[in-house]
Every structure is written in structure tokens, then in C-alpha cells.
Design a binder for this molecule. Structure first.
Ligand SMILES: Nc1ncnc2c1ncn2[C@@H]1O[C@H](COP(=O)(O)OP(=O)(O)OP(=O)(O)O)[C@@H](O)[C@H]1O
Ligand SMILES: [Mg+2]
Length: 331
């Protein structure tokens, strides 16, 4: 399958009082056409900063992309003039945020907000755009879409707003949809309906998805692959099946024990990972998880390991336990 997005060696920092907060530190991952990739990790691990860097939505200053490239369909988004980037945002990559009110415009009807992109990027006329917008509202499960089309966001409930935002994000059939905790604020029924809509988009149109979530049940349901982030780095990645069944990084193992799994039978107690992530103003020289790691060795505090292959299906982990040199040393 064709790779549509390739994030390479991405470094993002924020200027702060005490220096630079190194929020993203050398992130690498890719997304293939029609594939759904989950990004998981504790709060503050750099998931949203990564997503917003792809969309180039971070204000600069204070943020700064220090290094790296984000190749989308063969073009480095970090090098595009802002005008071209605007077209990418409206047409090629859709984004859904946790809080729909941050991306919905309260002064425009929901219908207008959907048709705007259709006029601008698809060259539709008024009638065509209206028809398509109503169809989209119906697709995301908004009852009575003809009537809802002419209403403002404030007359929509929370779940409806979330759907309206999804309709906007999907309006131009983006080839990539980035969803940053799209259902966290919603009740379980609406949550699963929205996930179903996303799954349908993926199946019907071959839309690629990046899903950021704290819910491993959702990951199991929707995602083909998982990228695990810790302290601004990717510490493990692999197919959902391999990674859940056979996690290779001690952090991933801890994370799987600490997060709810709606896909598993009830009753397994959640075990939090002890300790806290490192200060990103001054990240440690060795592995960032070392201080919390039950399996840490001497080398872990001194040198940062690389992401190395650990399984047959492309699974990779950034851990000295799996480093060929460390294995030799142990022997
Ligand atoms: N505007 C900002 N100014 C300064 N630092 C920031 C800013 N936004 C993010 N950061 C830093 O970047 C780090 C990563 O933040 P990010 O929002 O990507 O975390 P996250 O993985 O999305 O967490 P969560 O699961 O809570 O959403 C944070 O720990 C914070 O230190
Ligand atoms: Mg976030």
C-alpha cells in the first residue's frame, strides 16, 4: 500500500521561561492509504503537538519546528507556502478536535461551514453544495438534516456539534482524517456511532485515519496500527494485534495495564505506572522512561536507545532490552 504520510525526525519545541520545552523529540511514523493509525501515550507525551504540527496549526512563537519533515503525498508540508497549506487543510487533510466549539464558527450556520470548502475547493455551485452538505449531515447521523443545515452551532447539542465538525472535516473527502480524542467528551452511545462513521469513511472512501485516544478499546476496534509515544518520542509501534498481544517496551506493557480496555472482559484491575514523565525542559540523556522502568539496566540511564525492529510484522521498540548490542552484552 502507498504511504500517504511520512513524519520523519520531527522535533518541536516551545519557548518557555526556563528555556525550551522539547515537546516532540525525533518522531518517526507513517500512514498508508486507507490505514487507521492510533497514537497513544500518557498525557503530555506529545500526541496533540504531533497532530497539530502535521496541520501546521501551532502558533509560532512560542512553538518552533526545529527539525524534520512531514511528507504528505510526496510534498513536505513544512515547506509549503501558507496559501498552499490552507488548501491542504480544507481539502486533503481533515481534523477533528476534542472540543468542537474551538473549530466551529458560532457566527455561521452549520450548512455554510460545510459548503464553504465545497465552493472553494470542489468548485461546486450552490445547489450541488447544499445537496452534498445535507447528505453529509445525514451520513454523520444528524436527524432532520435539511432543517439542521440552516441552524447555528449553539442550537446543536454536544454530540451533534461533534458530528457537524466531522461533517465539515469530511466534506471534501480528505485522504487523511486526523482525530484528536474525538469522542472523549461524548456519552458511550454517541461515541460508538461516531466511530462507526469514521470506520465507514475508511471502508467506503479509503480515507486514512490518525486517531489519538486514551481508549484502548477504541484502538482495538478501529485501528490497524498503533504508535506509542512517551516524553515526545515514539517508544514502540506495530500492528494493533501484535502490539496488544505482545508489547515489547516496558512502557507499552505498563500503559496496557493502566488503561481501560472495553474490548476485554471486565474485572481486570487497572495498574497505574508509577512515577512521572521527565521534565521536557531538560530531558535526560538516556532513555526517557528509565527512571520509571522496572527493567532498567545501567546503559539505560546513559544512552538513549534507537527504535529497532522487534517482530516480524514491522513491530519496533525503542529499548535497550531489544538492542542487538545489549543482547550480546547480556550473553
Ligand atoms: N502552547 C504550549 N506552550 C508550552 N508548552 C506546550 C504547549 N503545548 C504543549 N506544550 C508542551 O508539550 C507537551 C506535549 O503536549 P501535548 O498536548 O502534545 O500532549 P498530549 O500527548 O496531547 O497530552 P493529552 O493526552 O493530555 O492531550 C506538554 O507536556 C507541554 O509541556
Ligand atoms: Mg492532546
Amino acid at each position: 500500500m502507498e504511504t500517504i504520510l511520512r513524519v520523519s525526525d520531527l522535533h518541536v519545541s516551545f519557548a518557555a521561561r526556563g528555556g525550551k520545552i522539547r515537546a516532540v523529540r525525533g518522531v518517526n511514523f507513517e500512514v498508508k492509504r486507507g490505514e487507521a493509525v492510533a497514537i497513544v501515550g500518557e498525557s503530555g507525551s506529545g500526541k496533540s503537538v504531533t497532530a497539530q504540527s502535521i496541520m501546521r496549526l501551532l502558533p509560532s512563537p512560542p512553538s518552533r519546528i526545529e527539525k524534520g519533515s512531514i511528507e504528505f503525498k510526496g510534498r513536505n508540508l513544512l515547506k509549503l507556502p501558507e496559501r498552499e497549506m490552507e488548501a491542504v487543510r480544507g481539502r486533503d487533510i481533515g481534523m477533528i478536535f476534542q472540543d468542537p466549539m474551538t473549530s466551529l464558527n458560532p457566527t455561521m450556520t452549520v450548512g455554510r461551514q460545510i459548503t464553504e470548502g465545497l465552493f472553494k475547493h470542489q468548485g461546486m455551485n450552490r445547489t450541488e453544495a447544499r445537496e452534498r452538505a445535507v447528505e453529509l449531515l445525514r451520513l454523520v447521523g444528524i436527524p432532520n438534516p435539511e432543517k439542521r443545515y440552516g441552524q447555528y452551532p449553539h442550537s446543536f447539542s454536544g454530540g451533534m456539534r461533534q458530528r457537524a465538525m466531522i461533517a465539515i472535516a469530511l466534506a471534501c473527502n480528505p485522504s487523511l482524517l486526523i482525530a484528536d480524542e474525538p469522542t472523549t467528551a461524548l456519552d458511550v452511545t454517541i461515541q460508538s456511532q461516531i466511530l462507526r462513521v469514521m470506520k465507514e469513511m475508511q471502508e467506503r472512501f479509503g480515507t486514512s485515519i490518525i486517531l489519538i485516544t486514551h481508549d484502548l478499546g477504541v484502538v482495538a476496534q478501529l485501528c490497524d496500527r498503533v504508535v506509542v509515544m512517551y516524553a515526545g518520542q515514539v517508544v514502540e509501534s506495530g500492528t494493533t494485534w501484535e502490539l496488544f498481544r505482545n508489547p515489547q517496551h516496558p512502557y507499552t506493557r505498563g500503559l496496557l495495564r493502566s488503561m481501560p480496555r472495553l474490548d476485554l472482559p471486565k474485572g481486570k484491575p487497572l495498574i497505574p505506572i508509577e512515577g512521572t514523565p521527565p521534565d521536557l525542559l531538560a530531558p535526560p540523556p538516556g532513555c526517557a522512561f528509565c527512571a520509571r522502568c522496572p527493567e532498567a539496566m545501567e546503559v539505560c540511564a546513559d544512552r538513549d536507545p534507537e527504535l529497532v525492529p522487534v517482530g516480524p510484522a514491522g513491530q519496533a521498540a525503542k529499548c535497550w532490552l531489544h538492542h542487538p548490542l545489549a543482547k550480546e552484552a547480556v550473553r
